[in-house]
Design a protein around this ligand. Structure first.
Ligand code: 5GP
Ligand code: ZN
Length: 114
């Protein structure tokens, strides 16, 4: 989608540090990392948030989590632990309106909620 920064990252119109890519999903380092490992894993197709995840996207989301599992292993946090966060909408703190999963790890993470 035009004017969506994550679509532009997926299209390589905006540079990013890419950690993984296939035809459906791309993962890149967050520009303002909150932990030693902070990746953003996104479907390449433009979905605004979980609110757009209708049943036709179940396969895509399952694949996205498979990629997250693989990245957690590659970045060395599978055993130490990590957190996957998806902010949704205003109260959820979503800033970028393209569905994305934060993969955070590499240190003990503090707040459980909020
Ligand atoms: P949200 O609050 O929407 O869940 O988080 C959006 C995340 O995207 C933030 O952690 C922010 O640092 C990250 N971000 C915003 N713009 C860019 C960008 O241009 N490149 C990268 N790599 N990350 C970005
Ligand atoms: Zn987008």
């Amino acid at each position: 989608m035009k004017d969506c920064i994550f679509c532009q990252i997926a299209l390589k119109e905006i540079p990013s540090e890419i950690a993984y890519e296939d035809d459906q999903v791309i993962a890149f380092k967050d520009i303002q990392p909150l932990a030693p490992v902070h990746l953003l894993v996104i479907p390449k197709c433009h979905l605004c948030s979980i609110n757009d995840v209708t049943p036709e996207y179940e396969g895509l989301i399952g694949h996205t989590f498979s990629v997250i599992r693989r990245l957690a292993s590659e970045f060395g946090v599978s055993e130490s632990g990590y957190r996957v966060v998806t902010n949704t909408g205003t109260d959820g703190g979503q800033i970028v309106g393209h569905l994305h999963f934060h993969l955070l790890g590499g240190q003990a993470l503090n707040a459980k909620i909020g």
